[in-house]
Design a binder for this molecule. Structure first.
Ligand SMILES: Nc1ncnc2c1ncn2[C@@H]1O[C@H](COP(=O)(O)OP(=O)(O)OP(=O)(O)O)[C@@H](O)[C@H]1O
Length: 374
């Protein structure tokens, strides 16, 4: 670890203490998670869910794993550094976010989540503290509870922070799916509007009551399978009618409220997937193009953005290896198809993967599109 100089502690979680540090070889600022337990074998390190998942996930809205170091039976996981988490961003806000800002953050989160779900993982602990933010770019972090979608239930281990925990998990279903992440997304979306949690339960029972007080008590027509969970848990709900969400989130548009209600459906089968959520009318407003322009971790991207005119032709000299040890960055600028918007298309390759990024220099954002193989 002599390669790194610790700067300060930035987080203390269940599994590890996180430090801001400097990579003395590259001068990159990094985040180092020092795991609290000892690791006596490399095999144990490589079998860590967080490591296994992050080695396979490469997306601009998922925090990048740079390196793993085991020294004196201690394990250090080195990530790209992010300035803060979404909880801190919300805590420090004096005014509420505009709907456009929320759309931007949400679309990034959903793109990362959609990629992750399609690659066979669900997170299980989405919450504002686990969404890291730098210059308006949001990345999903803390994969300590991640699961493979193909892994077989029962899932009996503790899952997710209470306020963002889906009802099926609260009712101890052991065969939940990636829909539990979508519930958390709904709760986070609501919180972005009000800057306070939608379901701030003080215990597991209180959590269910808080959910009932907002959504109304479910019955067999709303969540058929849920009735079995209730019986199995001998749980008696207080009878609540659904609240008017527009009263709870007065600054949200009807589209935003509809998306929150769909994501926070009692029945996991009725929740939209991350990909379906991105198709929701909430995201389809005029010429809005999600995703912020500035990403300090991709200098080539910034160069293009800061330039007065977008590159319009294919520049072969743009193919150069980036000095980034986590991926081979190749950038290609091509003529935009929507000429009046001056959009620049960037293709960034990472191994067999390719990220297509549309940059719109004269409007408020750019779109990071799906990854494709080959
Ligand atoms: N790459 C990073 N850049 C900057 N800060 C980070 C980074 N990774 C983590 N942090 C900070 O450290 C905190 C704890 O990190 P993390 O959630 O990964 O640890 P944990 O032990 O798994 O925590 P938890 O108790 O949530 O499971 C985060 O909330 C965040 O504020």
């Amino acid at each position: 670890m002599e390669k790194y100089r610790l700067i300060k502690e930035i987080g203390d979680g269940t599994c590890g203490v996180v430090y801001k540090a400097l990579d003395l070889q590259t001068n990159d600022v990094v985040a180092i998670k020092k795991m609290k337990r000892k690791y006596f074998f490399w095999e144990d390190c490589m079998n860590l869910r967080e490591v296994k998942a992050l080695r396979r996930l490469d997306h601009c809205n998922i925090v990048k794993l740079k390196e793993i170091v085991r020294e004196n039976n201690e394990l250090f996981i080195i990530f790209e550094y992010m300035e803060c988490n979404l909880y801190e961003v919300m805590r420090e806000r004096v005014t509420v976010f505009s709907e456009e800002e929320i759309r931007n953050l949400m679309s990034q989160m959903l793109q990362g989540l959609s990629y992750m779900h399609k690659n066979g993982f669900f997170h299980r602990d989405l919450k504002p503290e686990n969404l890291l933010v730098t210059n308006g770019i949001i990345k999903i972090a803390d994969f300590g509870l991640v699961r493979e979608t193909m892994s077989k239930p029962p899932y009996t281990d503790y899952v997710s922070t209470r306020w963002y925990r889906a009802p099926e998990v609260l009712l101890q279903s052991s065969s939940y799916t990636s829909a539990i992440d979508m519930w958390a997304v709904g709760a986070i979306l609501a919180e972005l509007f009000t800057l306070s949690p939608l379901f701030p339960g003080e215990s597991e029972t209180d959590q269910l009551h808080k959910i009932c007080a907002v959504l109304g008590t479910p019955d067999g027509s709303i969540w058929p399978e849920g009735m079995n969970f209730l019986r199995a848990n001998h749980f008696n709900f207080f009878q609540f009618p659904p609240a008017n969400i527009a009263d709870i989130i007065p600054n949200a548009s009807s589209e935003a409220i509809d998306l929150i209600l769909q994501l926070c459906s009692w029945d996991p089968l009725r929740r939209p997937t991350a990909e379906q959520s991105l198709q929701h009318p909430f995201f389809h407003v005029k010429t809005w193009v999600p995703y912020p322009l500035k990403d300090p971790y991709y200098p080539r991207l910034n160069q293009t953005v800061s330039g007065a005119t977008p590159k319009l032709e294919l520049n072969l000299w743009d193919f150069g290896a980036e000095p980034d040890d986590s991926f081979l960055g190749l950038t290609l600028a091509v003529k935009p198809s929507v000429s009046d918007l001056g959009i620049t298309v960037l293709l960034r390759f990472s191994g067999p993967m390719c990220t297509i990024i549309l940059l719109a220099p004269d409007i408020s954002g750019s779109q990071c599109y799906e990854q494709c193989a080959g």
